[in-house]
Design a protein. Sequence first.
Length: 198
Amino acid sequence: MARTREFDTEKAVEAAMNAFRLNGYDGTSIQDLVEATGVGRGSLYAAFGSKEGLYLAAMDRFRANYALPLVELLRDGAPGRELLREVLVAAVDEIVCDGSRRACLMVGAAVGRIAHDPQVSAHVQSTSDMLEDALAQVVAEAQADGQFSKERDARIVARYLVTTMHGLRVMGAINPDRESLTEVAELALDAFAPSQAA
């Protein structure tokens, strides 16, 4: 019986994550994953159990690469509105610089997988909740400093910003035009500016 070939699991998961981002779960075959990772089919199954197992590992990697650093950035103590603008503009820059127009893995999972995959649904929900919690804290601080209106609850504003970030990624995949995407990001922040009325 052939021995399972050893390979760099981290590199394989990274490559699989990019394959899933390019083609989605359904559009990525096991053979696609073999070619993307350079790892044999038997070794992939031995390490991850199934295509879904590798997909879940890729989602963990996506969260580690993108969501967790974003949450850390949101906790750095910079002025709220300035920090939120930095986050949105950084998202736009990432979208524009990605010449392959890779999709956000979380958005792709939300659209294509959560309706019939409880594990994927739980993963997407927990990641979204984590980001929303961090944004809500920054929004609340911006409201306390007078940078944002207090008309809306900080949690609702945070949810709106999460939606905006996901929307930027979707629209960026259609047309990665920096000026257009930045205008949307600025509008999202302006929507919660304090009223200038006396």
